[in-house]
Design a protein. Structure first.
Length: 387
């Protein structure tokens, strides 16, 4: 391992806005091992930038932050403007700051394509991070252009991952539907989740907690259905569904006015963690999920977990050991596991204790930093062997 910090150019999409709180910002921690620049397709109104940028700059350690400041162009050109910005700003930084040891693109689409173009022009090795199961995400999320996105996702994923020097996954089978690169060009490890400030000693209250977005993709309808099926057997328990939902009416209708089901607005992170620390159990019934940061936060809070057996969740939650898994998209199986958990305090405590142990031993921020730095060393060495 080299003693010199590697210089890395990161490309991030608009959907992954910069985290202004230092301890929750991955690059604040990565700056102990790496240095470099962050390019975000993060366009905001001038008033928002003035408020947020000083916070972001204090939070990113030894990395420099770059974002698109042309609000009007982004509004007119959309994704084309984003791709143009990645390439033009990346080329400018490479000219002005000299060569980078690696380019890391978060996501295979605009960021991944821009990263490959910049890498080809500069001779810099490229890492593409795959943050989810994109084929399933477009299938379940819906929205504008979703059918077109589904059609092009697989060929684009195949193109980008076959040409990247190294591909980073969150779980081993993440690219099985597309075709995985050989093992020497793969890195598999968890995302950075700051769990040090979560208090595992708070008294447990009798509510099941869900936090997430969007509700349909995350399986909130399954959870409401399952809770209603077992609610009469557990009259002291209630269900709290927390998160941003532009149209909660279908979920309210499904709840049917049940007095122990509440659908609540999203809250800021400190309030979210307070809810996590006090809940009796955390439930993540997703239809697709690469990792689930909230699962690691629930483990850190020493809370038992019930989650769907889908995608990357079984990589982080072992059924009967640090949580209970149910068959994805099956509300009756979710109801069975909830009934089992709520009726067995000893089981709940055993699952919670093992989850807390695992998150401390396997999924700490330091573990993430070490594996990320090792990945950069691998891709530098790998590019060297190809020359």
């Amino acid at each position: 391992m080299t003693s010199t910090r590697r210089k890395v150019l990161f490309l991030y999409p608009q959907s992954l806005g910069p985290e202004p709180e230092a301890q929750r910002n991955a690059h604040f921690h990565l700056s102990t091992r790496l240095t470099g620049d962050l390019i975000y397709d993060w366009v905001r109104r001038p008033v928002d930038r003035e408020r947020l940028l000083p916070l972001v700059q204090r939070a990113i350690g030894d990395f420099s932050f770059h974002f698109d400041d042309d609000w009007n162009a982004r509004q007119r050109l959309g994704g084309a403007r984003a791709f143009q910005f990645y390439v033009s700003k990346g080329r400018q930084l490479i000219r002005e700051k000299g060569p980078y040891d690696a380019i890391v693109a978060y996501g295979p689409f605009r960021t991944g394509m821009a990263g490959l173009l910049l890498g080809a022009r500069s001779g810099t090795p490229v890492v593409v991070e795959i943050p989810g199961n994109h084929l399933k995400s477009y299938e379940f999320a819906g929205g504008r252009f979703s059918s077109l996105k589904r059609r092009i996702a697989k060929p684009v994923l195949s193109f980008v991952t076959s040409r990247a020097d190294l591909v980073r996954l969150l779980y081993p089978t993440q690219l099985d539907e597309v075709g995985r690169p050989p093992a020497e060009r793969l890195a598999v490890f968890h995302n950075s989740v700051t769990v040090d400030g979560i208090d595992p000693s708070r008294p447990r209250e009798k509510y099941l907690l869900f936090m997430g977005y969007p509700f349909w993709l995350k399986g909130v309808d399954l959870l409401i259905t399952a809770f209603r099926a077992i609610a009469d057997r557990h009259p002291d328990w209630r269900l709290r569904v927390v998160g941003h939902c532009p149209d909660p009416s279908p979920f309210l209708a499904l709840a049917g006015g049940h007095p122990r089901i509440s659908i609540e607005r999203a809250v800021e992170h400190p309030q979210a963690m307070a809810l996590m620390e006090r809940c009796g159990a955390f439930v993540l019934p997703s239809r697709t999920e690469a990792m689930g940061r909230v699962l690691l936060e629930a483990m850190a809070a020493r809370r038992p977990i019930v989650a769907s057996r889908v995608d990357g969740i079984p990589t982080y939650v072992s059924d009967g050991e640090n949580g209970l898994l149910f068959t994805c998209n099956q509300a009756d199986d979710l109801a069975r596991q909830l009934d089992r958990l709520l009726g067995d305090d000893a089981l709940a405590e055993r699952l919670a204790a093992e989850g807390h142990r695992r998150v401390q031993e396997r999924y700490s921020v330091q573990s993430y930093v070490d594996q990320f730095a090792e990945m950069i060393e691998r891709v530098v060495a790998l590019r060297g062997t190809r020359r």
